[in-house]
Write a protein of this length. Structure first.
Length: 451
């Protein structure tokens, strides 16, 4: 029994190494698709070359995996993925050739083919990742069963031997299982390594290395989604700046015309108007700069209403004029936040709400305090189409989206979930088809609420 457990532990360690390779495959495919999306959004030809570089990395990693172990259960899927990658890469090369021949690169058939095969390789890689995660989970469960049997037999030789067996074998495996379940739910928690000086310690150390790498990759995905949001917001900000600049120009012309012979009080009003519009434009640019700045996660005491209002300012260009927005957040609510990341949460939820409303409707943001639970509850609700009940359990999963292909990465709500988790908070959703949707964010407020 001990020998079997040892073999399974070694196999688990090997599986974790393979899983790290497979995660690299999956993440490089995501990188390739991000460059694909960047090209279709902005027409940057360099994105296509970056796309090809990412797919080449995928091919190299697949070759490495196949050479490491020729008997993997997912080898056939890897071979299929490699074949589909080649078709996808050839489609990208065809698009590059079209760009060089026509100087436009506009070919609907090639673009549809790229999106089609891009979805295929994304789905295959995600299936492989899920399969390997399930395999590790099953192996850990099997190890646990074997260890329980072994512990039962060991009781015959004495309570002391059983105590050592549970302390140095069972608990580490249970910790690995618990951490594996947490990873499946999107929480990258390391485990405490016990100095057993054997394969269990090696497995735990390898597991923590894998968790660190997965967390780093998750941060890269969050940054990629943020850059995608930033591109969308920038187009809207240009429109927001146009109005104050026009007002400044008009007021300036009037002030020039009236400067010599006009009423000084009237000229002063024009100058005050210029000053107000300049401050308005400055606030828009300042909010965008704060949102775009990359920094480490850090909590600091902040006014919740200020964070919400800045998010509304950035996101409102994506909201139709037929949609009314209401913010009802008490001025006195102050709590520890990473301001930049929490703005990203609100921006994502506001844009999602706006996209769910087909014609006229409303978006409402409210906040209440629960002093007993030491938390603040923020509700973002809309009068949109609502979410089907079968999809409610999956909306926070990475890459899950109900939008048409090419109109969403499926990362937005996953990023929102991750940021709320970083704040030690929770997010839930209530929705019915045709009745709108409400998101509830529970944020801890350990500091005294300022009144």
């Amino acid at each position: 029994m001990s020998f079997l457990s040892y073999v399974d532990l070694v196999t688990t360690e090997r599986k974790m190494e393979i899983l790290e390779y497979i995660y690299n495959v999956h993440n490089n495919i995501l990188e390739a698709r991000r460059y694909e999306k960047n090209y279709f959004l902005y027409g940057n030809q360099d994105s296509l070359y970056e796309n090809i570089a990412s797919t080449q990395k995928v091919t190299e990693i697949i070759d490495t995996i196949l050479h490491v172990d020729e008997k993997l259960a997912v080898n056939n899927q890897l071979i299929e993925l490699d074949a589909q990658i080649k078709v996808y890469t050839n489609s990208i090369r065809d698009l590059l050739a079209t760009i060089q021949e026509t100087d436009t690169g506009k070919d609907g058939n090639i673009e549809d083919k790229i999106r089609h095969y891009g979805k295929i390789i994304s789905d295959i890689s995600e299936d492989i990742v899920n399969f390997e995660k399930t395999q590790i989970h099953s192996m850990v469960s099997l190890l646990r069963e074997q260890l329980i049997v072994w512990a039962s037999v060991a009781i015959v030789t004495g309570i002391i031997l059983s105590f050592f067996s549970i302390s140095f074998v069972f608990k580490p495996i249970a910790a690995i299982k618990k951490a594996t379940v947490a990873i499946a739910q999107g929480r990258f928690n390391k485990i405490d390594v016990i100095n057993t000086k054997d394969e269990i310690q090696q497995v735990m150390e390898a597991f923590n290395i894998m968790v660190s790498e997965l967390e780093r990759r998750q941060d890269q995905l969050i940054q990629a989604e943020k850059l995608s949001s930033l591109g969308t917001l920038t187009a809207g900000v240009a429109h927001q700046l146009n109005n104050p600049l026009n007002n400044i120009s008009t007021s300036c012309q009037i002030a020039i015309d009236e400067f010599t012979d006009g009423d000084p009080a009237f000229v002063r009003r024009m100058l005050q108007n210029i000053d107000q519009e300049t401050l308005r434009a400055r606030d828009v640019v300042k909010s965008l700069l704060e949102f775009s700045r990359t920094q480490e996660f850090a909590l600091r005491t902040a006014s919740l209403v200020d964070v919400v209002q800045k998010a509304v300012l950035l996101a409102k260009s994506q909201v139709s004029p037929d949609i009314s927005m209401t913010v009802d957040v008490p001025q006195h609510l102050v709590l520890p936040l990473d301001i930049q990341r929490m703005q990203e949460v609100f921006i994502n939820l506001i844009i999602n709400a706006a996209q769910a409303i087909l014609r006229q409707g409303s978006i409402t943001i409210t906040a209440t305090e629960d002093i007993g639970a030491q938390e603040v509850i923020v509700e973002i609700s809309d009068t949109g189409q609502g979410i089907a009940e079968k999809n409610l359990a999956r909306i926070f999963d990475p890459f899950f989206t109900t939008k048409e292909e090419g109109h969403g990465t499926g990362l937005g709500l996953s990023v929102v979930y991750g940021i709320v988790q970083q704040h030690q908070g929770t997010i839930t959703v209530q929705s019915q088809i045709g009745q709108g949707t409400s998101f509830f964010i529970h944020l801890p407020c350990p500091v005294k609420i300022v009144t």
